[in-house]
Design a binder for this molecule. Structure first.
Ligand SMILES: NC(=O)C1=CN([C@@H]2O[C@H](COP(=O)(O)OP(=O)(O)OC[C@H]3O[C@@H](n4cnc5c(N)ncnc54)[C@H](O)[C@@H]3O)[C@@H](O)[C@H]2O)C=CC1
Ligand SMILES: N[C@@H](CC=O)C(=O)O
Ligand code: NA
Length: 438
């Protein structure tokens, strides 16, 4: 067998720890698969004086990132720092030094991937990023290689473990939002800045990557429409249940004649669907493609070992292809770089969806007639409508409805008119309903 491949890791936190553990624990199996050993020789972190729960005996630990990136003995740099400034500099420096890079950093790839892949291609090195989308699920491999025969029509996914963990606990145990978020942070699921998880930014990073791989378009994070889960009220979770739905934070990207839909938002999903039953930190990605039809990919979306699993899989992949001519490797974004096309991304008002609407009626007499009149004027048909019984002593009641499919611009016009009614108090809550056929 050849000498082991030397790896340097930047960052020994949740994912760095999981990666070192797996490489040590499964060393023999990994070497049998890769054709040679894969050994971490150097690692960099801010907290190198702590005791790690794995052996650091043969590991040179440093606080200086550049010591790893500029070390001529290291062939593969694993970037597990997070963020898009220092991580970008280190990644670009590693590439300039002719090193392959493996990263879990979806923010980095979504925002700077076009530049990073161009530099990597010029240097003939690989930047591998399986861990960046849906944690341990081999979704990059599946889309880039497994579905290479297909024209992909749409991709829909639960791709943020933290927000799914929160929504599941709110529904199943009636837990408080902030308590569950703190638990997700303790378990190492959340981003350093957890607003990325709960405001949909992390899911948008991952969706940006999936859309590029699915449709052969450049990475365009700035064009993703995003809404997080922080505005979901307890009553919406309860009404979803009553109507036979679950609320999930979905990333949706779809090819239409007018352009590409690229959106992240809370979504009602009928509870009989598989996606509706993906709970806790689990992720799932459902893909519609022309030859295979639908395929579903399910597994742990965050955590030390699941994410470490994806990092090590990339290390094996890179090791196996070290001697392959760069022109014959799998292209970073699934399509050859000169075959990417710049399809337009649709503004959210141009999408068509069904909707859940909740409003508070202050005067119940005649309010239903007024609301349904506005909807019919805007050619919006209603699938279900519920007027809740007023709580005794109170005049206000919730009115909840589900619409059939309509263009979002049209729905927004109707909502504006409804909010102007004297019998309606405050804002109308709007949540999109998942209507993709499956
Ligand atoms: N935690 C998870 O389940 C998942 C995380 N990711 C991504 O993996 C990456 C790492 O995430 P975690 O391991 O959770 O983060 P973490 O916060 O647990 O670890 C970060 C590590 O980087 C080191 N570091 C950061 N800046 C440094 C600097 N300037 N100099 C030296 N060391 C520095 C820290 O000391 C720490 O060891 C992020 O990009 C994250 O988005 C991806 C999938 C899942
Ligand atoms: N914070 C992320 C970690 C994995 O990508 C999540 O919760 O999914
Ligand atoms: Na993955």
């Amino acid at each position: 067998m050849l000498n082991p491949v030397k790896v340097g890791i930047l960052g020994l936190g949740t994912v760095g720890g999981g990666t070192v553990h797996i490489l040590q624990h499964n060393a023999e199996e990994i070497a049998r698969r890769a054709g040679r050993g894969i050994v971490v020789t150097h690692a960099c972190a801010k907290e190198i004086n702590q005791t790690y729960p794995y052996s650091t005996d043969n590991l040179v630990l440093t606080e200086q990132l550049i010591d790893v990136v500029n070390n001529p003995a290291i062939e593969i740099v694993v970037e597990l720092l997070g963020g898009t400034t220092i991580a970008r500099d280190m990644t670009m420096q590693a590439i300039a030094n002719g090193k392959h890079v493996v990263t879990a950093n979806k923010a980095l790839i979504a925002k700077h991937g076009n530049e990073i892949f161009a530099a990597a291609q010029q240097q003939g090195v690989i930047v591998a990023f399986e861990a960046a989308v849906a944690g341990g699920i081999p979704i990059i491999k599946a889309v880039r290689e497994g579905l290479a025969a297909n024209k992909i029509e749409w991709v829909v996914g639960i791709i943020n473990g933290t927000s799914n963990f929160i929504l599941s606990a709110m529904r199943d145990k009636g837990s408080e939002f902030n308590e569950v978020l703190a638990e997700a942070q303790r378990l190492g699921y959340a981003e350093k800045d957890p607003t990325f998880d709960i405001e949909g930014v992390d899911a948008a990073h991952k969706l940006t990557i999936l859309a590029s791989l699915a449709f052969g378009i450049p990475l365009q994070f700035d064009k993703v429409y995003l809404e997080g889960i922080t505005k979901i009220a307890r009553e919406d979770v309860r009404y979803a249940d009553e109507l036979g739905y679950r609320i999930k934070l979905l990333g949706i990207t779809k090819r239409t004649e007018a352009g590409i839909e690229l959106r992240v938002h809370p979504t009602f999903i009928p509870n009989r669907r598989l996606l509706a039953n993906v709970d806790g930190v689990m992720n799932a990605v459902l893909i519609q493609s022309d030859a295979l039809g639908q395929s579903l990919y399910y597994g742990a979306g965050a955590g030390a070992l699941p994410t470490g699993s994806a990092i090590v899989a990339d290390l094996v992949d890179v090791t196996r292809t070290l001697t392959t001519d760069p022109g014959n490797r799998v292209p970073h974004l699934a399509f050859q770089s000169n075959a990417l096309v710049d399809l337009p991304i649709l503004p959210i008002e141009e999408i068509t969806s069904a909707y859940y609407l909740r409003m508070t009626a202050v005067d119940t007499i005649g309010v239903m007639a007024q609301v349904t009149h506005i909807l019919s004027e805007n050619r919006i048909s209603i699938e279900a409508i519920i007027q809740k019984e007023p709580i005794s002593g109170e005049k206000q009641v919730d009115v909840v409805m589900l619409t059939h499919q309509v263009k979002e611009r049209q729905l927004n016009q109707a909502i504006q008119a409804i909010e102007h009614l004297e019998s309606i108090s405050g804002k109308v809550t709007k949540i999109r309903v998942e209507t993709l056929e499956h």
